[in-house]
Design a protein around this ligand. Structure first.
Ligand SMILES: Nc1ncnc2c1ncn2[C@@H]1O[C@H](COP(=O)(O)OP(=O)(O)OP(=O)(O)O)[C@@H](O)[C@H]1O
Ligand SMILES: [Mg+2]
Length: 357
């Protein structure tokens, strides 16, 4: 919950920067401005920023080109520096919990507690057992600080730092609604990461990140065909060699085989997480799986997950349910729609947050 103006959502992904500015008219989100720019390969590797200067430059250019003047932004982090755990603690008041949370976190977080920013959400109070369930979130301060510094260097004012998976869930809830009595999974497959969030009765019940994504496909095509990254990328996206990647063209047979093989390996890792969840949670069956992120543009991904999970899988376009205003480049938006769950989710955040726990 929050009030005041919406923040500008800034998603600094491995492959590209996405920026969205939303306003909420009668609670329905409407996209006012949108910016997208690829990052040069190796600028960010496994969530680590290798070339801060390049990120800052692209960030400034995206804001300029999209004509966004608002400086207050929401960022998010993901990957290995983020730990999410569901924990059970003795029932206590909010004030007691604020005091205790660091001690509780220390028991569950494999990092030095001094190095992490800890947050939590009360999932359920169970007075009959004198216990309560919390969702505990810890993110390394280093990564939060690094991302905030990038924003400041680009003359922006970072106000909020969220976690990719929750941002995506927030958007899904706001635009599609979460079924109250069902378990669904949202899988965001980007360039270097695939993140899985299983949501049960409207609450995140399990999250996992897998270090596999679209880059693995591109690198494998590059290796097998002995071609540059850009050309491999264009082939993967259905284009012919260095032409506009959106134009269908002749794609070598090996490309199709690599896409099949790597999407299947992503699906296999996802399946292992789904099996683990089903075996340990005692939750209902998963009713639906929604795939999003740039790599969800590959039809083979949803097919591979469906084959393994035996659950209906559909591609979720994050722009669904978001109105689009005049100044937005709709051609670019359509082409990049699958890549926007994080930036759009972040753009729903407000300048002033009110906490409910
Ligand atoms: N039309 C397309 N067909 C196939 N793959 C695509 C298409 N469009 C984008 N991709 C791939 O999607 C990936 C980028 O997706 P996305 O923007 O969601 O990731 P990211 O946020 O940059 O990375 P990460 O979340 O892993 O840090 C790239 O690997 C890109 O090649
Ligand atoms: Mg991403």
């Amino acid at each position: 919950m929050g009030e005041g103006r919406n923040l500008v959502g800034v998603d600094i992904g491995t492959s590209s920067i996405k920026v969205c500015q939303i306003r909420e008219l009668k609670r329905a989100p409407s996209l006012v401005r949108f910016g997208f720019s690829p990052l040069p390969p190796q600028t960010i590797v496994d969530g680590q920023v290798m070339d801060a200067g390049a990120v800052v430059e692209v960030l400034q250019r995206v804001f300029h080109d999209a004509r966004i003047r608002q400086k207050e932004v929401a960022l998010s982090v993901s990957g290995q520096s983020v730990i999410i755990r569901k924990i059970t603690v003795p029932i206590m008041t909010a004030a007691e919990l604020d005091e205790q949370i660091h001690w509780e976190a220390e028991q569950h977080i494999p990092f030095d507690i001094k190095d992490v920013q800890v947050d939590y959400q009360v999932l359920r109070r169970r007075p009959e057992a004198s216990q309560m369930d919390l969702l505990l979130v810890a993110a390394k301060r280093d990564q939060i600080n690094d991302y905030a510094q990038l924003a400041r260097d680009a003359k922006l004012r970072p106000i909020i730092c969220d976690i990719d998976a929750f941002t995506v869930q927030n958007l899904f809830e706001a635009t599609r609604g979460l079924p109250p009595e069902q378990t669904v999974a949202i899988i965001n497959v980007g360039a270097s990461l695939s993140s899985l969030n299983i949501i049960s009765n409207g609450i995140s019940a399990f999250t996992r990140e897998i270090a596999n994504g679209g880059n693995v496909i591109t690198e494998e095509i590059q290796k097998q065909l002995n071609i540059p990254f850009e050309q491999a990328e264009a082939y993967k996206c259905g284009g012919s060699s260095t032409d506009d990647a959106t134009r269908p063209g002749m794609v070598p047979q090996q490309v199709v085989a690599v896409i099949e093989a790597v999407t299947d390996s992503i699906a296999a890792e996802i399946q292992r997480s789904l099996d683990f969840f089903m075996a340990t949670s005692g939750e209902n069956e998963i009713a639906n799986i929604h795939v999003t992120g740039g790599t969800a543009n590959l039809v083979a991904l949803a097919q591979a997950i469906e084959r393994r999970a035996r659950v209906p899988v559909s591609a979720w376009a994050p722009t669904e349910g978001v109105a689009v205003e005049r100044d937005v480049d709709t051609t670019l938006l359509q082409r990049r729609a699958a890549q926007l769950p994080v930036a759009l989710g972040l753009a729903l955040r407000k300048e002033r947050e009110t906490r409910s726990s």
